[in-house]
Design a protein around this ligand. Structure first.
Ligand SMILES: NC(=O)C[C@H](N)C(=O)O
Length: 164
């Protein structure tokens, strides 16, 4: 199986910069590389297209993501995205892409601080894409992979919960 991964930054990728004394979104794929090296049955094509906290995303960044999806020859795409505005990007993409299975994911805690949550959110996206699913725009967070419109970040508790 082949999966394209578009890395757009977010907390998933953040690492501590000891010189500046702060967490930063790096423009590399070190967090992802760590996970995919255990996926012996999947061939990944990983592309770093935006490296930002998603609170700083502009319309141009969302256009960049859309263009990458539309130009991709792959029909299975995972997008690593910051959790604060992943809903906005998923809504923007919705209706503009056909014949693809797109799964957005991210993390509340950087992979560099605690690997569990980021690895779970990403791995469940892989498992989902392994199944015979319909084309669509999905979100993979905190134990579910579901149509993006059905899962929402509760900012007061830092959890993605199913909408009623
Ligand atoms: N957990 C996160 O990813 C939050 C971060 N502010 C972002 O949206 O990039």
């Amino acid at each position: 199986m082949k999966i394209t991964v578009l890395n757009t930054g977010g907390t998933f990728n953040k690492r501590y910069n000891p010189i500046k004394g702060q967490l930063e979104v790096p423009n590399d794929n070190i967090a992802l590389d760590k996970i995919v090296k255990s996926c012996f049955n999947v061939k990944f094509d990983i592309k770093n297209i935006v490296s930002k906290d998603s609170l700083e995303f502009t319309q141009e960044d969302r256009e960049t993501i859309l263009k990458e999806i539309q130009n991709s020859t792959s029909d299975k795409i995972i997008i690593i995205h910051g959790t604060d505005t992943v809903d906005l990007t998923a809504q923007f993409i919705d209706g503009k892409v056909e014949s693809k299975k797109i799964v957005f994911t991210g993390a509340m805690v950087p992979m560099s601080i605690d690997e569990v949550e980021a690895t779970m959110n990403f791995s469940q996206a892989i498992g989902f894409l392994n199944a015979p699913i319909e084309n669509g725009i999905y979100l993979s967070m905190h134990g579910v992979v579901i149509d993006h419109s059905k899962l929402k970040k509760d900012k007061s508790i830092g959890q993605f919960l199913l909408k009623d």
